[in-house]
Design a protein around this ligand. Sequence first.
Ligand code: KG4
Ligand code: ZN
Length: 359
Amino acid sequence: MTQLDPQSTILALETSCDETAAAVIHGGRWIVSNAVASQMHLHERYGGVVPELASRQHITTLVPVIEEALAPLPRGWDAIDAIACTYGPGLPGALLAGVNAAKGLAWARGKALIAVNHLEAHIYANWLYPEVLGARAFATERPELPPPEFPLVCLIVSGGHTALVLLRDHGDYTLLGQTRDDAAGEAFDKAARLMGLGYPGGPHMERLAAGVDPGDVVVPRAWLGESFDFSFSGIKTFVLHATQRALRTGETSLLEADPQYARQLAAAFQEAVVDVLVTKTLAAAERFAARSVLLAGGVAANRRLRQVLSERSPVPVRYPPLWLCTDNAAMVGAAAYYRAAQGLQHGWELSVKPNLRLV
Ligand code: KG4
Ligand code: ZN
C-alpha cells in the first residue's frame, strides 16, 4: 500500500506504559472504537509502574483489546487499511509488545505499518472528534469539529514528559522548552506519595485540592528566568519537608494525621504547578503569535489546569476530554493518519525506541 487516502481506516495500538489500548480511527479524526485495558490495579501497590509486569500484562491483554476494537466493524479486517503503533518513548518491553503485535498483524493481513511517537500521539488527541461513534464514523453526515489552527503552542504534560512545543504545521515541531528534572505528572505522583495518597497521584491530588483555599500555605515556583524550561524538583522537596514537619513518629499519611493541612498543601501544590505551566505556555504563545493553544498528556486531565489556562489565554484553548488525555490508542491512530498523509510508513525493520524524542 502506498499513500493513505483521506478516508482510510486505521487500527491503532498503544502499549508504551501501563495501558493496553487498541482503537479504530476513520479519516484521521473520527473514533469508530476505543478499547483501553488499564493495568493500574497491578502496579498500584508498588507505587509505580513495574516494567516486567507491564510487558507481561500487555502480551496477555492485547488480543482481547484488539478484538474489542474491531467488533463494531461490519466488514472486520477488510475495513482496515493500516496498522499503527507507538514505538517510543516508553518502557522497552511494553513498547515491544505493541510494535511486534502491529508488525505481525500488518504482515499477516497485508496492511501498511505506521509507527508514531507517543508524545506526538498525545498532541493529536486534540484533532479527534471527542466521541466514540461506532459505524456513524463512516457516515457522510458525521459530526464535525474544526481542527486546531496553526501556528499553535502545545503544552505536553504527562508522567514522563513536560514539554512546550511549537507546531507551524503537521509534523513541523520546534521544542521551545522542557523539564530540567521531574515531569509535571511525576511531580504530582511523587508529592502525592509523600503525603500518603494513592497512585497515580495526579487524580488523588486533584480530588483532595478541589475547592480548597490554600490559605497561608504557599509553594514556591521555579521560574528559570525567561526560559521556557521547567523545574519541579524544588516543589517536590518543599512537599517533603512540609510533610516531615507535620508528621509525628510512626505516622506515614499526612491525610490521616492532619486532613485540613493535607488539603491546603495539595491545593497550594496544584496552584504552583498550574501557575508555572500556564504562565510559560502563554508567554510562548505570545512570543510565537500562536493562533491556538493545546494541552496534551495525562496531566491535561487536571481540571484546574484546564480552567486557569482557558481563563488566562487570549487565544482559543483546546484540550481533549479526560478519556483522551491519559494513554489511549485513538490518539495514536490520529497521529498516524497525519504522518501517513505526509508519506510516512514503516518496514519490517521497525524496532522500539524507548528514548525517542519528538524533535
Ligand atoms: O500521559 P499519561 O497517561 O502517561 C504517560 O505517558 O506518562 O500520564 C500519566 C500522568 C501521571 O503522572 C498522572 O498522575 C497524571 O498523568 N495525571 C494527572 C491527572 N490525571 C492523570 N495529574 C494531575 N491531575 C490529574 N487529574
Ligand atoms: Zn502518555
